[in-house]
Design a protein around this ligand. Structure first.
Ligand SMILES: [Zn+2]
Length: 383
């Protein structure tokens, strides 16, 4: 068996689950957060860093790798694991999210999505069959169906996109041939409970080895996202992993786990780091702030990451002011560490039957900044 999911424990006070995913490249303890390596690299980190940080799964983007260097190039060089020097589990998305984010540069029909490359304007057609072939060439452990991510509040568009997403899921299943890759279906339906329900029922009937919930964190409110998770997660089979795509703010991880989510990915920790923003247990700080100019303290007292063990806020502040490359790297290490560590704490809390208290304590101390929307139409650089 190449792929498996074991549900080890379910929390009594919430829908939180403790589990383990098995892949041909190793195990993933869930709930887990996957850092994003858009172009076959988690920006500013190397695979050794990722292993040291305890990341057990990384995500890479089919859209970007298809355009550059090309899936055939990656295949010729031994597949994505060998190409990027990462021997752990990899998940590739279908490219659908990026393509549908290319506002004004794509048109979708029942056959697939026609789009223009953000690199050179060349025209391409993503069909379910092509997206399966590309992901098979890349060779990730977990791959995704092509789906249509609609503006969440547009009912008519969501109905149309859902019909297409379901038809494409069946075509992906038919086209998928590599037994060593697990193909996940993606539930869509915007902020509409009945559409989410319809989507979950249609896709579970196709019997995928795992299910993603897509089309969230794209412009809807947190309350709407939570409501959709509450509708969708219980309709998905308990013995299959559930993956919430593109969500990675610390408070969203805690809330998602409470609603039964096992996997998350997001560019947030790495993207924020490159903008001098660090997560802390109290909320977010910006290293460019003048108050850090002479601050000898680490970014977060008690943090066990390499950055906090060795460097002061004053030094990090200086690196960003001087635009030194090391600043991006040290900030990224801290942010990824915080999310991976948060997931480890969550797993420990579920195992010991104290997840509700841990969640309450974390959220009480964490000041939320209410934006972080991926925003369809604004992210051609990838999630
Ligand atoms: Zn740290």
């Amino acid at each position: 068996m190449y792929f498996g999911f074991s549900l080890l424990q379910t929390d009594r006070s919430s829908h939180a689950r403790l589990g383990q995913i098995t892949t041909p490249h190793g195990q993933i303890a869930t709930p887990a957060f996957a850092p994003v390596g858009t172009q076959a690299t988690v920006k500013a980190l190397d695979p050794r860093d990722l292993h040291e940080l305890g990341a057990e799964l990384i995500l890479s983007n089919t859209y970007h790798l298809y355009l550059r260097p090309g899936a055939d190039v990656v295949a010729e060089l031994g597949g994505l694991h060998r190409f990027m020097g990462w021997d752990g589990p990899i998940l590739t998305d279908s490219g659908g999210f990026q393509v549908f984010s290319l506002a004004g540069r794509r048109t979708s029909g029942d056959e697939g999505v026609l789009f223009r490359s953000h690199i050179d304007g060349s025209q391409h057609l993503f069909t379910p069959e092509l997206v399966m072939r590309v992901q098979e060439e890349l060779g990730a452990d977990i791959i995704m169906c092509l789906d249509e991510c609609a503006e969440p509040h547009d009912r008519a568009y969501n109905e149309q996109a859902l019909a297409r997403t379901h038809a494409w899921a069946a075509r992906c299943l038919a086209a998928h041939s590599r037994a060593d890759q697990a193909l996940f279906g993606i539930v869509q339906g915007g902020i509409w409970a009945d559409l989410r329900q319809q989507s979950a029922e249609t896709l579970t009937a196709l019997d995928f080895p795992g299910y993603a919930i897509g089309g969230l964190s794209v412009g809807e409110s947190k309350a709407e996202m939570h409501a959709m998770l509450e509708v969708t997660a219980p309709l998905l089979p308990a013995d299959k992993p559930r993956y919430l795509m593109g969500v990675g703010a610390p408070e969203d991880l805690v809330e998602g786990v409470a609603r039964g989510i096992d996997l998350f990915d997001c560019v947030l920790p790495t993207r924020l780091a490159r903008n001098a923003a660090l997560f802390t247990r109290q909320g977010r700080i910006n290293l460019r702030n003048a108050r850090f100019e002479r601050d000898p303290a680490p970014a977060e007292a008690g943090c066990g990451c390499y950055t906090c063990r060795h460097f002061s806020l004053a030094y990090l502040h200086h690196l960003f002011k001087a635009q030194e490359l090391l600043g991006y790297r040290l900030a990224t290490i801290h942010n990824v560490h915080l999310l991976v560590e948060l997931m480890r704490e969550i797993r420990g809390a579920i195992a010991e039957g104290r997840f509700a208290a841990m969640k309450e304590e974390f959220l009480a101390g964490y000041r939320v900044i209410p934006e972080e929307r991926r925003g369809l139409g604004s992210s051609k650089e990838g999630r």
